[in-house]
Ligand binder design. Structure first.
Ligand SMILES: O=C(O)CCC(=O)C(=O)O
Ligand SMILES: [Fe+2]
Length: 213
């Protein structure tokens, strides 16, 4: 349907602009002289960005006699989208009003993100972690299926570089005090190397200079 396709591409263009503005503010905040350093990668006509639609159907409510030892059978949940960090530069996520998204803190605690259909949720991706030399860290997250009455629906725009782009932090973020945490690679190298890993593996570690911290 041509009309629906137009709406999806219009949404993608608008949300790319949101991502670019955020990336320009981040570059400015970090003191990067070229504030379009990150955003120009996703504005590039060869950018490998994509839009993903996720649908998590509600879990059936377990019959009472199966849960006689379960004090809280209303909070039954199952992983719908396994733990991972988004590999690209920046993710702009929207969802309906059904809960499910959780982010992982350093201590391994899963923190639920309150759903808000009027908000954008912004995730730093692995590439931005490398390009900011670790100043911004990609966030580990997952999505749960719960027994709410409704499906959770989400729509994620992943701003990505062109396949041939060299992923490296700018000189201003690499100093004797903050040496380069990662070795340079292309987005194609990253995608290729990560095909051999599972979703939950920390892919960025493949390109880390030192593993002793
Ligand atoms: O559905 C969600 O909230 C999370 C989706 C997600 O993490 C992804 O598509 O990468
Ligand atoms: Fe994700």
């Amino acid at each position: 349907m041509v009309h629906d396709r137009c709406i999806v591409s219009e949404y993608t263009e608008e949300v790319r602009e949101v991502a670019c503005e955020i990336l320009e503010l981040m570059a400015e905040g970090l003191g990067v002289p070229d504030t379009s350093l990150f955003s120009k990668l996703i504005r590039d006509s060869e950018s490998d960005s994509l839009l993903r639609l996720n649908h998590y159907p509600p879990l059936p409510i377990p019959p009472i006699h199966h849960c006689t030892n379960d004090f809280d059978n209303s909070s039954n949940s199952k992983v719908g989208f396994g733990e991972h960090s988004d590999p690209q530069i920046l993710t702009i996520l929207r969802s309906n009003d059904v809960a499910g998204l959780q982010i992982s803190l350093q201590d391994g605690l899963w923190v639920p993100v309150i759903p808000d259909p009027s908000a954008f949720f912004v995730n730093v991706g692995d590439v931005l972690e490398v390009m900011t030399n670790g100043r911004f860290a990609s966030v580990r997250h997952r999505a749960m299926m719960t027994n709410s009455q409704k499906s959770r629906m989400s729509m994620a725009y992943f701003g990505a570089p062109p396949l041939t782009a060299r992923i490296v932090a700018p000189p201003v973020l690499v100093t004797p005090q903050t040496p380069s945490l990662f070795r340079p690679f292309t987005w194609a190298d990253y995608k290729k190397a990560t095909y051999s890993l599972r979703l939950g593996d920390t892919r960025i570690d493949l390109f880390r200079n030192r593993k002793d911290f």
